[in-house]
Ligand binder design. Structure first.
Ligand SMILES: C[S@@+](CC[C@H](N)C(=O)[O-])C[C@H]1O[C@@H](n2cnc3c(N)ncnc32)[C@H](O)[C@@H]1O
Length: 217
């Protein structure tokens, strides 16, 4: 179990908190459906446009090096959205075998074409895969969207379907200011803690993989 930031190449964004200050319960409700409004609607309800721009390529290279990924290895992305990371893993490591799961029929329907056949609709806490079927299981900014019991179960599921590596990234905060920023910004998270709280949950779920935090600046 290592605390390691494999998204260190991912652009750090100063989030426009003001744009979200108006987020009313209604907008949170819309965001939590993880439909078109969340991905490609306006910024008050989610991403404000979730487009492919190649930013995952560097993350894919980092994962390749860190885990020694090779052609033939199997990788699962839990909460894969439109499959951008999986697409880029295939660019970086031709011959790698990918799978993705997401609760959003919209995102899967809009996924990059080459990975769409490998994506399934489902929930992180009930992965439709056999025990130990992947060399690497990744989940980025997804399991905090489940309530505490289901979040714990989702972490257990990552452990179950992996035969080697796991990488989990979740929303967290290191300071009180970051906690306030997070609470002003976030629309969909149901379970969130400072790092120590997450580490306790990882231990309770029997998680042995790597992890890192997404912090709202
Ligand atoms: C913040 S987005 C992250 C997407 C992608 N991993 C990334 O980092 O760009 C959260 C994703 O989690 C998905 N999601 C939410 N609840 C989920 C669940 N119970 N099971 C699987 N995916 C879920 C959403 O549809 C969305 O694609």
């Amino acid at each position: 179990m290592r605390e390691v930031n494999l998204l260190d190449s991912y652009p750090r964004i100063k989030r426009p908190l003001r744009e979200r200050e108006q987020a009313r319960p209604r907008q949170r409700e819309v965001a939590r459906r993880f439909g078109r409004e969340y991905f490609d609607g306006d910024r008050t309800q989610g991403y404000g446009g979730y487009y492919y721009d190649g930013r995952w390529l560097a993350v894919a290279r980092r994962m390749q090096e860190f885990y020694g990924l090779m052609p033939g290895h199997r990788v699962l992305d839990v909460g894969c959205a439109k499959g951008f990371l999986l697409h880029d893993l295939r660019q970086v490591i031709p011959g790698i075998r990918v799978a993705g799961l997401d609760i959003s029929a919209y995102a899967i329907g809009q996924a990059i074409e080459d990975v769409r056949p490998f994506l399934v609709l489902g929930s992180a806490d009930r992965l439709p895969f056999a025990d130990r079927s992947f060399d690497l299981v990744v989940s980025i900014n997804t399991v905090h969207n489940l309530d505490l019991d289901r979040c714990k179960q989702a972490i257990r599921e990552m452990e179950r379907v992996s035969r080697a590596y796991k990488y989990l990234q979740v929303d967290s905060f290191l300071t009180e200011e970051q906690r306030e920023n997070f609470e002003r910004w976030q629309l969909t998270a149901l379970t969130y803690f400072p790092p120590d709280g997450w580490r306790r949950l990882f231990a309770a779920a029997g998680y042995t993989g790597d992890y890192y935090w997404t912090v709202t600046e």
